[in-house]
Write a protein that binds this ligand. Structure first.
Ligand code: AP5
Length: 217
């Protein structure tokens, strides 16, 4: 499957992507995870991206496109779930050209529509594995880490992300409304958009699987 997951910060893109990868071995490509790994490793990309991320602003399109193109070159597999990308209309246009060149058309664009009060609650209670090779996502209310505060998958420490301050969360939501939400209209025009309003992860995955079965058949 080749899917784009759209949705506000905290809508559950990463959580749903991880469950979808179990279906057919499609890979999750999370630009947020790739950027956080670059920041942690201190690469030139990470050094350029860090200040934007800490403020809750988007990293410039040219840096994101370079990173995504490199990711596709290194792992040219056919199935992918794009989590957090594209995030702007120029990124969506560049993605369209990139996939056309690779002859890998998208099957579905899923918009996770989650009320803002739920999002704020989820973002303040999220915990994330500190190991960039794992990136497991937890929630102190709905999906807690191990009792000793470590990751249940790899045993590493579980942390709160640096962009989870109240100021950065407010800025991320504002940036989402201004720059990313217009992608819903953009993809509606392609006929590929599925808006999902369920809040339960299992129900969301079931809805997406049903839509994919129709789309891929
Ligand atoms: P990124 O990492 O993509 O962050 P985001 O879009 O803000 O999304 P989140 O990771 O915060 O949330 P999510 O939707 O994945 O939700 P999750 O599954 O974790 O980007 C971070 C930064 O990097 C950006 O601000 C920007 O600076 C930069 N960046 C990244 N991509 C970029 C791009 N393309 N262009 C430019 N800049 C870019 O779930 C949230 C919480 O809710 C968790 O605790 C989870 O356990 C819980 N939860 C999830 N689903 C449910 C459910 N159904 N029921 C109960 N709890 C749930």
């Amino acid at each position: 499957m080749r899917i784009v997951l759209l949705g506000a910060p905290g809508a559950g893109k990463g959580t749903v992507a991880k469950q979808l990868t179990a279906f057919d071995g499609s890979v999750q490509i999370s630009t947020g995870d790739l950027l956080r790994a670059a920041v942690k490793a201190g690469t030139p990309l990470g050094r350029q991206a860090q200040a934007y991320m800490e403020r809750g602003d988007l990293v410039p399109d040219r840096l994101i496109m370079g990173m995504v193109e490199q990711r596709f070159q290194e792992h040219p597999g056919e199935g992918f779930i794009l989590d957090g990308f594209p995030r702007t209309i120029p990124q969506a246009v560049s993605l369209g050209l990139l996939l056309k060149g690779l002859d890998l058309p998208l099957h579905l664009v899923v918009n996770l529509a989650v009320p803002e009060e739920v999002i704020l609650d989820r973002l303040t209670t999220r915990r994330t594995c500190s190991n960039p090779g794992c990136n497991a996502i937890y929630n102190v209310k709905s999906n807690p880490p191990a009792p000793d505060g470590t990751c249940r998958a790899c045993g590493c420490s579980v942390i709160q992300r640096e962009d989870e301050t109240p100021a950065a969360i407010a800025r991320r939501l504002e940036v989402y409304r201004q720059q990313t939400n217009p992608l819903v209209g953009h993809y509606q025009r392609t006929g590929l958009l599925l808006t999902v309003e369920e809040l339960d992860t299992a129900a969301i995955v079931k809805t997406i699987a049903g839509a994919l079965a129709t789309q891929v058949a």
